[in-house]
Design a protein around this ligand. Structure first.
Ligand code: ADP
Ligand code: MG
Length: 458
């Protein structure tokens, strides 16, 4: 088959996806539309790949028509769209990035009254303090956000929230905005991503409109910039932001910033900017714990009004450890599945529907990491994991590592054996049994193993 896609088709695909995102909302976009990839374009026919059969069916049923309509608006030559099952691995092609940065057009129906004309980005109604589930990993960031949102005076400036992907930074920023707007509808709040800030700035430069740009940004009461790390290395944008920042701080206006790293660790950001970012309150969001994940799942299931067997929620909290976004995506998918096929949710069909996600999450812990952690923990050399020595001092930790490898990875017994100095699968089996037995007999040992497991999963 003579397959090609040129940049035009790729750009059209990005625009179509952006429009779908605006129409169907962030959650639907993340669960169903974002995982789709442009596969080929041939003779007026576009082929889109979905990661699993189930997702393909769902996208066909729910979104294919709109996808076709939108794409025909973009390109009259499009005669149809085929959705095929195409597991994502191995599908990306050179020169065809899955994410192309195309500025999102601002869509009118999302305007919500407190973005300044086209400058800001819409806020998600669901992201409020009420819907934010707290636990150890995020309690500081949560408390700091509430404080900033609720106090009438500017105390911490800026509030700097940082943490890994999908841990709730954007959620907290939206929550702050909603809360301030509710308490004080007159305050002008401007929320936008650093990317959008840069885009606006460059546009202002191009249209020789920088005076208006400066005025608009400096006239707000609250400026919130999400994903600040985006402007790393973008010198002129940083320079402009630095001036905006100072002007606002001087006028005692609140600034809230999020990033994936702490001010000190941000690379490609000028020293004077980094030090200023740390002047107010810096609060981090830590990776989730099992308890927090379970709490979030329970709360989301309740909000969605679905009856989820506790076993399924526990399974998800246990298996999907990467971030809250994936956790949500998994829940959405299971719920959609059960309503689509009209069957109640069970552990089994949850596993089936999520097999691609589960695989991706499994891949996070490798046998090498397990060996390293366990060796450190028991204070033995890493090499002892594959050595032939059998003394208890090294054999026991080795067994623990084998046990954890079986628990935390999808590797088979023979594969695990191979990684431990070419041992037989029966040795691994024996280790798994032995550790299980010891866990029952020795509480301190059981706790040790549990601790290691949690550290590796974290
Ligand atoms: P980040 O901006 O840090 O990448 P988001 O704020 O976009 O992450 O969070 C990802 C998703 O997870 C969002 O849908 C958000 O509502 C949800 N989420 C994150 N943390 C929590 C939490 N503690 N309670 C409820 N939902 C959460
Ligand atoms: Mg975010």
């Amino acid at each position: 088959m003579d397959t090609y896609f040129d940049e035009d088709v790729a750009a059209q695909w990005m625009r179509v996806r952006n429009r779908m995102q605006a129409e169907f909302g962030e959650a639907a976009y993340r669960s169903w539309l974002k995982p789709l990839i442009l596969n080929s374009f041939n003779n007026g026919k576009v082929v889109i790949g979905a990661p699993t059969d189930f997702m393909r069916e769902w996208v066909e049923a729910q979104y294919a028509q709109r996808l076709t309509d939108l794409w025909s608006e973009e390109n009259r030559d499009i005669r149809g769209i085929d959705i095929v099952t195409a597991p994502t691995t191995g599908m990306s092609r050179p020169g065809m990035p899955r994410e192309v940065a195309v500025p999102t057009r601002h869509v009118a129906p999302d305007l919500n009254g407190f973005t300044i004309e086209n400058l800001g980005a819409p806020l998600d109604k669901r992201c409020t303090f009420d819907t934010f589930v707290t636990g150890k990993p995020n309690e500081l960031a949560f408390a700091a956000s509430r404080r900033v949102a609720e106090s009438s005076e500017v105390t911490f400036n800026p509030l700097f929230l940082y943490g890994g992907v999908g841990l709730g930074k954007t959620h907290l920023m939206h929550a702050i905005a909603w809360q301030i707007a509710r308490q004080n509808p007159d305050r002008k709040i401007l929320y936008l991503s650093a990317e959008k800030f840069m885009y606006q700035f460059i546009r202002a430069l191009r249209y020789k409109d920088t005076v208006a740009f400066k005025e608009q940004f400096r006239s707000v009461d609250v400026l919130m910039i999400d994903d600040f790390q985006f402007i790393s290395g973008k010198e002129s944008t940083q320079e402009e932001f630095f001036h905006t920042f100072n002007a606002l701080v001087d006028q005692n206006r609140q600034i809230v910033i999020s990033a994936d790293k702490s001010p000190n660790d941000l690379e490609g950001i000028e020293e004077r900017m980094r030090s200023r970012l740390g002047w107010g309150l810096v609060a981090d969001l830590h990776p989730t714990t099992y308890e927090l994940r379970l709490g979030i799942l329970q709360s989301k299931a309740e909000t969605m009004g679905v009856d989820m067997p506790p076993k399924v929620l526990e399974f998800l909290a246990h298996k999907i450890t990467s971030n809250v976004r994936e956790l949500e995506g998994a829940l959405n998918r299971i719920v959609a599945y059960s309503s689509l096929v009209g069957r109640p949710i069970t552990l089994e069909n949850a596993q089936e529907v999520l097999h691609d996600l589960l695989r991706a999450n499994d891949r996070r812990v490798t046998i090498e990491e397990i060996q390293k952690r366990v060796a450190e923990h028991f204070n033995i050399k890493l090499a002892e994991m594959s050595s032939a020595r059998r003394s208890r001092a090294v054999a026991r930790p080795r067994q623990v590592a084998m046990y954890l490898a079986k628990q935390l990875t999808a590797r088979s017994l023979p594969e695990i054996g191979r990684k431990f100095g070419g041992r037989d699968h029966t040795t691994v089996m024996h280790a798994v049994r032995k550790v299980d037995e010891l866990r029952g007999l020795d509480a301190a040992f059981a706790e040790d193993v549990e601790l290691l497991k949690r550290m590796l999963e974290g």
